[in-house]
Design a protein around this ligand. Structure first.
Ligand SMILES: [Zn+2]
Length: 78
């Protein structure tokens, strides 16, 4: 697909997990489509993805399910 930043047809969509909010309002959205481009190295969210994230953000407490998972903080590896 075409990159919105450089216009080359080298963009691909990857599914990533993103963290939103902070403190007690922190939640994750899984499978967020992140567009990454091999030509310019940019990674960005499409406008429609951002709109969907705003929709989710407005009612994430109803939509979310509790999951327990191990977490590592970057830089904590000895
Ligand atoms: Zn690009």
């Amino acid at each position: 697909m075409q990159c919105d930043i450089c216009g080359q047809h080298t963009a691909r969509t990857r599914r990533v997990t993103r963290c939103f909010g902070e403190g007690a309002s922190t939640f994750l959205i899984e499978e967020v489509p992140l567009v990454t481009c091999a030509s310019c190295g940019e990674g960005y969210l499409a406008a429609e993805t951002l709109r969907e994230i705003e929709r989710i953000r407005a009612k994430w407490r109803e939509l979310s399910v509790e999951k327990s998972m191990p977490v590592v903080r970057f830089g904590d590896a000895p």
